[in-house]
Design a protein around this ligand. Structure first.
Ligand SMILES: NC(=O)C1=CN([C@@H]2O[C@H](COP(=O)(O)OP(=O)(O)OC[C@H]3O[C@@H](n4cnc5c(N)ncnc54)[C@H](O)[C@@H]3O)[C@@H](O)[C@H]2O)C=CC1
Ligand SMILES: O=C(O)[C@H]1O[C@H](OP(=O)(O)OP(=O)(O)OC[C@H]2O[C@@H](n3ccc(=O)[nH]c3=O)[C@H](O)[C@@H]2O)[C@H](O)[C@@H](O)[C@@H]1O
Length: 456
């Protein structure tokens, strides 16, 4: 059992802290946000993650985890301090390392015994060398502090599961002492450990995320071509997936990747390359394709409808993916303002993300258009002229083609997640546009006359 402190209680820090406690370590989670700390002490998770609250309660009541804003008492006698604070994107694409340096300074001023500082946050290659030097420069007590890199690979929505059953743990160290200590901390997880040097560990994180982003952009690029040549991206992906060298995961075409990491980590690596006089063409292509992809359905619908003015538009799904209330870089954030600007009256449904979205786009009238949040998915569709699907929530997948036909005034659906078989929508009489597949328009054509009249 080790005494562990964790700086930052977001998706990475809190989940890591709770999982370390779950396997038997003594954990103190530190955050600067007092409200968050109060909430966690009362047993409530500040983030939406399956299974997290149960583990928080269990380990809090058994005394294995505590939450505090008092970094000094948490860091002073810890065996290891894990850093999981944010490294958000800056306007030039580079990673903002100010949160990391604040924590590094706090550590330097607090530690009273030898300790290992472990950076879980995603940081540019070489950052941890600087963090180590920075801590040495500001150390108050005469103790040994080393820095290790331990990038995190969890995905939001399955963070606890991904941590307890990670495919691999990457540890990047520069000494036997650091390598052995970190290996022992992870021993109770019984997971494969890949031990490399610090810079390689930092690069593994970017290279992995950017490879997955590239895979998605590649499939989106191929999907757009499929539409032009009469192929179906889902059949193409299925055919590709049997090749083990390609694999079956992350082949889903859609309206582009969002979230707090792929968008920022592609830009950050491109920036790092540029700084080193190298042009990372593949990653740049992934970024460019993704930018176009986010509004591809809006562009298609704009051509089809001429105007959105006065139309009731159902928006199903606001978060960047299902299973999270996180909106960072979600396609909805780009499309909703465009629709409102064009005079659309939006009725938006999202099982967990609506409240966060309303903080950015409050309910009510905005210029020519408006937005209303509905708790019932059917209410979004009732009398709607058009429907956009941005997130493949279970509630959206459970809708039948007939429901769209029955509830909508004109059954015109733009699906950014390829949820329904094209043929089923066609049979139900829904005009259905998705990504990389042929549209279904035969039966729906006459239903849409109303819409066209309204627009003329
Ligand atoms: N969100 C994700 O799924 C994943 C994120 N990462 C990386 O992990 C890092 C953290 O990401 P998230 O957990 O999403 O961040 P987040 O933004 O959800 O959480 C960061 C937390 O750090 C706290 N904080 C800021 N300064 C602090 C300080 N001086 N002391 C203590 N706490 C402080 C903030 O109040 C906040 O609660 C980033 O580098 C990200 O790229 C890596 C893998 C997965
Ligand atoms: O560094 C990170 O933060 C994390 O980033 C991603 O996790 P996450 O952003 O939570 O979500 P993903 O499931 O990877 O989805 C990201 C985006 O790609 C999109 N996506 C994913 C898969 C796919 O086939 N097609 C596709 O468009 C999703 O809709 C979503 O918008 C990675 O999957 C994690 O391994 C990594 O640790």
């Amino acid at each position: 059992m080790y005494k562990i402190a964790v700086a930052g209680t977001g998706y990475v820090g809190l989940v890591a802290g709770v999982c370390f406690a779950e396997v038997g370590h003594q954990v103190t989670c530190v955050d600067i946000d007092e409200k968050k700390v109060e909430l966690m002490r009362s047993g409530v998770t500040p983030i939406y993650e399956t299974g997290l609250e149960e583990l928080m309660k269990k380990n809090y009541s058994s005394g294995r985890i505590e939450y505090t804003t008092d970094f000094n008492s948490a860091y002073k006698d810890a065996d290891a301090i894990f850093i999981g604070v944010g490294t958000p994107e800056q306007p030039d694409g580079s990673a903002n390392l100010s949160y990391i340096s604040t924590v590094a300074r706090q550590i330097a001023e607090s530690v009273e015994k030898d300790c290992l500082v472990v950076v879980k946050s995603t940081v540019p290659v070489g950052t941890n060398d600087k963090v180590e030097q920075f801590i040495q420069d500001f150390l108050v007590k005469d103790v040994k502090v080393e820095v290790a890199s331990n990038p995190e690979f969890l995905a939001q929505g399955s963070a606890v599961q991904d941590t307890l059953h990670a495919e691999r743990i990457i540890i990047g160290t520069e000494s036997k002492w650091a390598e052995e200590l970190l290996t022992k901390i992870y021993e109770p997880f019984h997971l494969p450990i890949v031990s490399v040097n610090r810079r390689s560990a930092e690069m593994i994180k970017y290279a992995s995320n950017d490879f997955l982003a590239l895979k998605i952009s590649y499939m989106n690029d191929i999907a757009n071509l499929c539409e032009l040549v009469g192929a179906d991206i889902q059949d193409v992906a299925k055919g590709m997936s049997y090749d083990e060298r390609i694999g079956s995961k992350f082949l889903n075409a859609g309206i582009g990747f969002g979230g707090s990491c792929f968008p920022k980590d592609t830009k950050a690596l491109e920036y790092i390359a540029k700084q080193n006089g190298y042009e990372l063409k593949t990653v740049k292509a992934a970024i460019d394709v993704n930018k176009e992809q986010k509004t591809i359905l809006y562009k298609k619908a704009s051509k089809r409808l001429i105007t959105f003015n006065g139309l009731k538009v159902a928006v199903l799904g606001l978060t960047f993916k299902p299973g999270t209330d996180d909106l960072r870089e979600a396609a909805s954030l780009e499309n909703v303002p465009l629709l409102i600007e064009q005079g659309a009256d939006i009725y938006a449904f999202d099982p967990v993300g609506a409240e966060n979205f309303a903080n950015v786009h409050p309910e009510g009238k905005h210029g020519k258009g408006s937005i209303t949040y509905v708790a019932n998915i059917e209410h979004a569709l009732e009398g709607a002229n058009v429907c956009f699907i941005f997130t493949e929530w279970g509630e959206v997948k459970a809708l039948t083609p007939e429901t769209y036909k029955k509830l909508m005034r004109t059954p015109l659906v733009y699906d950014g997640r390829n949820i329904y078989p094209v043929e089923d929508m066609q049979e139900a009489g829904v005009e259905y546009h998705s990504i990389g597949r042929k549209p279904a328009i035969r039966e729906a054509a006459k239903e849409l006359k109303n819409l066209e009249l309204q627009n003329s």
